[in-house]
Design a protein around this ligand. Structure first.
Ligand code: NAD
Ligand code: UFG
Length: 337
């Protein structure tokens, strides 16, 4: 029996493939390579020394999915596939709703027709919205999302809850990620955005000399140094959280939500300083206008994952910065070389 990883060639997916294989699981990957390439999967094979099947397949492609289910015995799905750029989602809402929501509906339909009713889904802390106060707890009512990307995550959570309510044979785990950063220690896989959306890729591109300076979006928030505070989590810790989540989902039915974060908040300037110190590099920055939709604080209450999954983030900010830098230095153009 295998675990199907949708979007497995992507940043979090590729790291999760490594940890699943290291934990002795059999995996099959599908990806349409809209934001990745198969080289990341070749590198997963290199790191683990294990072979596995992967398919170029879109989650909206019913026939393609049927073929994958026919050729493999899939017992559960970890569903990463999705578009994730907040800004782009405001320009292209139709594409985001179609890819993320319509795609999930096709996937769920093919799964149930094949008797596979176990799914771990990549949700986001963005579903807490602007109304809730940190630290965010899973029991809080979800908030108002501020962009179509966030709305797709909230809708998919609700869709999956309804799917379970109508058919109690499903086992669904909703993982709300905070801010994934870092890279595999080998320096072979990491985040390779064609255009960065998040803070850490910008920091490392400034450090490597690809960009002149970092723009910090506002220093007038009600935080200790005025810059936004986030819960940065090492992508390998996040990946290990998926191994725990799939082991939790397999023998059960129901819907369970877990925050995957460290529970610690770090400011933008705090992360820049940590990166400079950890790697002995300089990251010049300028303070610019705040970015629309940003909140002052976002960090997790990470207790539930500890108590129920036995999972806790172990890697500190220094390690996040060191591993990001190793990946960036070894692969200045991502997987392009
Ligand atoms: P990523 O873009 O690196 O990975 C997503 C993968 O899905 C890519 O390889 C892409 O090619 C693939 N994909 C997209 N649409 C597809 C489709 N229709 N069919 C098949 N494959 C498709 O992003 P990531 O950072 O690894 O994120 C993985 C998941 O986690 C996403 O669902 C994302 O929304 C969610 N998430 C990410 C973050 C973050 O900050 N990185 C935070 C919260 C949640
Ligand atoms: N920031 C800068 N300059 C940059 C980029 C970011 O100052 O060039 C700041 C932001 O203002 C924010 C912090 O760095 O204070 C983190 O920003 P990111 O864009 O890295 O991450 P966000 O917290 O805005 O968003 C992330 C994911 C979303 C997810 C959200 C959930 O990108 O997918 O967390 O909380 F929805």
């Amino acid at each position: 029996m295998s675990i199907l990883i949708t979007g497995g060639a992507g940043y979090i997916g590729s790291h999760t493939c490594v940890e699943l294989i290291e934990a002795g699981k059999d995996i099959v990957v599908i990806d349409n390579y809209s934001n990745s390439c198969s080289e990341s999967l070749e590198r997963v094979k290199k790191i683990t020394g294990k072979d596995f099947r992967y398919y170029e397949c879109d989650i909206r492609d019913r026939e393609g999915l049927e073929k994958v289910f026919a050729e493999n015995e899939i017992e559960a799905v970890i569903h990463f596939a999705g578009l994730k750029a907040v800004g782009e989602s405001c320009q292209k809402p139709w594409e985001y709703y179609d890819n993320n929501i319509a795609g999930t509906l096709v996937l769920v339909d093919v799964m149930r027709k094949n008797g596979c009713k176990k799914m771990v889904f990549s949700s986001s802390a963005t579903v807490y919205g602007e109304e809730n106060q940190v630290p965010f707890v899973e029991t809080m009512k979800t908030g108002t999302t501020t962009n179509p990307y966030g709305t797709t995550k909230l809708y998919i959570e609700n869709i999956l809850k309804d799917i379970y309510n109508a058919d109690n044979e499903w086992s669904i785990v909703l993982l709300r990620y905070f801010n994934p950063v870092g890279a595999h220690e080998s320096g072979l896989i990491g985040e390779a955005p064609s255009f960065p959306n998040n803070l850490m890729p910008y920091v490392s591109q400034v450090a490597v000399g690809k960009r002149e300076f970092l723009s910090i979006f506002g220093d007038c928030y009600n935080t200790p140094d005025g810059t936004g505070v986030r819960d940065y989590i090492h992508v390998v810790d996040l990946a290990l959280g998926h191994v725990k989540a799939i082991d939790f989902a397999l023998p059960r039915t129901g819907v369970e939500i877990f925050n995957l974060g460290t529970g610690n908040g770090v400011s933008v300037i705090g992360l820049v300083k940590a990166f400079e110190e950890a790697n002995n590099v300089s990251v010049p920055y300028k303070i610019v206008e705040p970015r629309a939709g940003d909140v002052a604080y976002s960090y997790a209450n990470a207790q539930k994952a500890l108590e129920i999954l036995g999972w806790k983030a172990e890697r500190d900010v220094k390690k996040m910065c060191e591993d990001t830098w190793r990946w960036q230095k070894n692969n200045p153009n991502g997987y392009a070389n």
